[in-house]
Design a protein around this ligand. Structure first.
Ligand code: CA
Ligand code: CA
Ligand code: CA
Length: 132
């Protein structure tokens, strides 16, 4: 008797999960939805940017160099991991004025541009609708 009841609960929760997923933010982005209201605001999207910048700016001069970015990403990767060079490339493409340094402003602006690109329907928030 108990077994039958348990199977019923599992089926109901599976159906509920698949019904909700069509409107939900993809799993890979849900960590950005800090207050779990189902939408990501620009403030939520860029919230951790000053912290990630500070972590890279080893000499604390307010600018991140290619060397600093490389050192930062080398900490959490195997030597010669191609991901290091790839991530450093993502950082250095934020250097919009081409002076060889990425400032916090350039770092945050890049994130805002990325936010606007992901907000496909341009309503100012990222929701499941932007991925359909
Ligand atoms: Ca620096
Ligand atoms: Ca720059
Ligand atoms: Ca949107």
């Amino acid at each position: 008797m108990h077994k039958v009841v348990n199977v019923g609960i599992v089926v109901v929760s599976l159906v509920a999960a698949s019904a909700a997923s069509a409107q939900d933010i993809p799993q890979a982005y849900t960590y950005l939805d800090r207050n779990k209201d189902g939408q990501i605001t620009q403030a939520e999207f860029t919230l951790n940017k000053p912290a990630t910048f500070k972590a890279m700016d080893a000499n604390k001069d307010g600018q991140v160099t290619r060397e600093e970015a490389t050192a930062n990403y080398s900490k959490s990767a195997a030597p010669n991991d191609p991901m290091i060079e790839k991530r450093v490339g993502w950082v250095m493409k934020c250097d919009t004025n081409g002076d060889g340094f990425v400032t916090l402003e350039e770092w945050v602006n890049d994130s805002i541009a990325d936010f606007k690109k992901k907000d496909k329907n341009a309503d100012g928030v990222i929701t499941g609708a932007d991925f359909s």
